[in-house]
Design a protein around this ligand. Structure first.
Ligand code: AMP
Length: 210
């Protein structure tokens, strides 16, 4: 079974993805993480997409699709986070893997701006951990090591652009999967534990039907 998580920035995809992977053993693929790794490693691709990400725009489809193709080779039962983000990407994934279930975590723009404005990260051993305040992130970095920082693309102007991009380019794929009866909507404004309950019930029903 292959699963896709969709939702605006800050909807909690990353947090829920971690829980899904722990419980159901999916292979986790986040295109945002893949791109950030390319940038950190200073690869040709990383250099090419660096500015696009910092402006809150989408990396062009061809680049992302090639990156995904390379990464999913030999892998099954994949959880995609942040991919597909355009209709062309959705058509591409249809040719690569059967998509069984698309979970859309819905959060209003106001809530996104509120959450992302507070979001800080800690990078430790090449992994990024998310915190909902600068103070929590800094305290964690002091306690467990690593570096606390705010993502460049989480800054207010960029977040507005990312939301615009989400509405214009990513939302059409929600309708696309709705028509294919693969779409499940979750209220992402509930607490993380309650969102998790809703997601488990969707996945459990899907597994029971298989
Ligand atoms: P994320 O961490 O998923 O929010 O992704 C961070 C940034 O990476 C996005 O704002 C885009 O610039 C880029 N990105 C990630 N996934 C994709 C994708 N599927 N298509 C195009 N750009 C992407």
């Amino acid at each position: 079974m292959n699963l896709i998580l969709i939702g605006p920035p800050g909807c909690g995809k990353g947090t829920q993805a971690e829980r899904i992977v722990d419980k159901y053993n999916f292979t986790y693929i986040s295109t945002g993480n893949l791109i950030r790794e390319e940038i950190a490693e200073g690869t040709e691709l990383g250099k090419r997409v660096h500015d696009t990400i910092e402006q809150g725009k989408l990396v062009e489809d061809h680049t992302i699709i090639e990156l995904v193709k390379k990464t999913i080779q030999g892998k099954n039962a994949i959880l995609f986070d942040g991919f597909p983000r355009t209709l062309d990407q959705a058509h591409a994934i249809d040719k690569l893997r059967p998509v069984d279930c698309v979970i859309d975590i819905q959060v209003s723009d106001d809530e996104v701006i509120n959450r992302i404005g507070r979001r800080w990260m800690v990078e430790r051993n090449h992994e990024q951990h998310t915190f909902m305040s600068e103070a929590d992130a800094k305290a964690d970095a002091v306690k467990n090591g690593g570096e606390a920082f705010q993502r460049e693309d989480d800054k207010p102007d960029v977040i507005k652009q990312r939301l615009k991009t989400y509405h214009s380019q990513t939302e059409p794929i929600i309708e696309y999967y709705g028509k294919k009866h693969k779409l499940f909507i979750v209220n992402g404004e509930k607490s993380p534990d309650n969102v998790w309950k809703d997601i488990q019930s969707i996945i459990d029903k899907k597994i029971a039907k298989k």
